[in-house]
Design a protein around this ligand. Structure first.
Ligand SMILES: *Cc1c(COP(=O)(O)O)cnc(C)c1O
Ligand SMILES: [Zn+2]
Length: 450
């Protein structure tokens, strides 16, 4: 069998243990008609298995960061595993994926780790990993419109990054986008993205969970297509993060992956990517996962403490990690399944811990957003508790670009985030414009450099 189109198949399947109802990917459906459970995309693994693991690796390697359409996208370089039925003319891509796996070797050495890598998912067209899922969703919508499905617009609730991605990809495809944001809860940099891309941006006087409830109602009218991650097409694109990480490590699986979570779609995707690689023989073991939450929005942490026997949604409190200020995560069941299978743990970070961890990483050359700060803080705490051991290899998923969070960075270095470590604050040095003053200041500063 060769890698030509339409030999592989995918469909939606209900994730309820005993239901298993299936739906075509061309249907406007997000959860099961029987009991309302989320769907997931199911691939025809038997036909994928007809290609050997070696051949898949060679294929993925030959496409990686190539210039050939659509493989310049890290997502579409894996298209048989993502959305095999799409016609290439309907693919809407901005070259997402293929992001750098940053080798923080100096930090790894200081921490006694066998390797510390930061997967830079925020270095992407709209500045977050949300592009990975949105290219798949918007492409499928374009395909459906071409097939005659009456879709007028795409819509989402967002804490910022989802709306930026949806607005951009929809604008690229020429499809109207509708965005529901919690008023006064997202950064200016995030808010201005969908505004610039011409989306209809509605600021609602509620939190993210309130926006989510509204968009679910609005999209009951099937001509407005729901783009939140309860739509499992997004998960298919995000799943390629796992494949890329493994590929970038020379097809080796790290010991740990640390990932920040809010609505918990991304950790579900991460797990599914690794499961698929194992099923198809590309890897022979799974990594362990640390799901990191902001302490102010940590319902999954509470559940973890009960061994996942109980889950209670909460009202999320304000956190600098605004994209994960979510108290009622849509993909909680999928996430718990993955965490159980991957011997996962859940860790939390306070506002001070996430800010300090982000700043610590910056001193090794990174430029961390607060969500990556949450993941880094969770890693540091897990090392301290002896959970992550000396010599182990760790990959941290950086979910957004620090450039979207200038206010956070400025406030940190101006000492405006209470309780943070004063030692890492860096300030600009005023200096008279003459050589002797410059040399005097530099002499002092370099002597003090740690
Ligand atoms: C969306 C988002 C997350 C959380 O991902 P979930 O799939 O909702 O768990 C984390 N960080 C950033 C920057 C995000 O935009
Ligand atoms: Zn069902």
């Amino acid at each position: 069998m060769s890698l030509t189109k339409n030999e592989f198949r995918a469909q939606f399947r209900c994730t309820h243990e005993t239901c298993g109802k299936t739906y075509s990917l061309g249907e406007v459906v997000y959860s099961c008609e029987n009991e309302g459970e989320l769907l997931s995309v199911e691939h025809d693994l038997e036909s994928l298995k007809k290609i050997s693991a070696k051949e898949w690796k060679d294929t993925f390697d030959s496409r990686f960061r190539s210039q050939k359409f659509p493989y310049q996208s890290g997502v579409w370089g894996k298209k048989e595993w993502v959305l095999p039925g799409i016609s290439e003319e309907n693919i809407v891509t901005s070259g997402e994926g293929g992001s750098h796996l940053y080798d923080a070797s100096r930090w790894a050495k200081d921490l006694g780790l066998g390797g510390l890598y930061i997967k830079q998912c925020g270095i992407s067209h709209t500045g977050s990993f949300k592009d990975l899922g949105m290219t798949v969703l918007v492409s499928q919508v374009k395909q459906m419109i071409a097939d005659g499905v009456p879709i007028r617009a795409v819509a989402c609730a967002s804490t910022g990054d989802t709306s930026a991605a949806l607005a951009s990809y929809a604008a690229k495809a020429g499809i109207p986008a509708i965005i529901f944001l919690p008023a006064n809860k997202v950064s200016t940099a995030q808010l201005i993205q969908p505004v610039s891309n011409g989306a209809k941006v509605l600021a609602l006087d509620t939190d993210f969970d309130g926006c989510m409830a509204i968009v679910k109602e609005v999209t009951k009218e099937k001509s407005i297509y729901l783009a939140n991650s309860m739509n499992s097409l997004r998960i298919e694109g995000q799943k390629t993060i796992s494949i890329e990480i493994t590929q970038q490590l020379g097809w080796e699986v790290p010991d740990w992956i640390v990932i920040p979570g809010g609505n918990l779609g991304n950790v579900s995707a991460l797990g599914m990517g690794f499961e698929m690689m194992k099923e198809l023989g590309l890897i022979d073991r799974l990594p362990r996962i640390i799901l990191a939450q902001a302490k102010n929005a940590s319902p999954l942490y509470d559940s973890f403490k009960t061994g996942f026997t109980n889950f209670q949604s909460v009202t999320a409190q304000k956190t600098l990690a605004s994209a994960i200020q979510i108290g009622d995560p849509v993909s909680v069941k999928k996430a718990i399944r993955v965490l159980k299978k991957f011997e996962g743990i859940v860790e939390v970070a306070t506002e001070e811990e996430l800010s300090d961890a982000a700043a610590r990483g910056d001193l090794y050359g990174l430029y961390n957003d607060p969500h990556t700060g949450v993941a880094l803080a969770a890693l540091l705490k897990s090392i301290d508790r002896g959970e992550v051991k000396k010599g182990e290899k760790v990959v941290v998923i950086s979910t957004a670009n620090g450039l979207k969070f200038t206010e956070f960075k400025v406030n940190y270095h101006e000492g405006k985030i209470p309780g943070t470590n004063r030692e890492m604050k860096n300030s600009i040095l005023p200096c008279p414009a003459n050589l002797s003053s410059v040399l005097e200041i530099l002499g002092k500063e370099l002597a003090n450099h740690k």
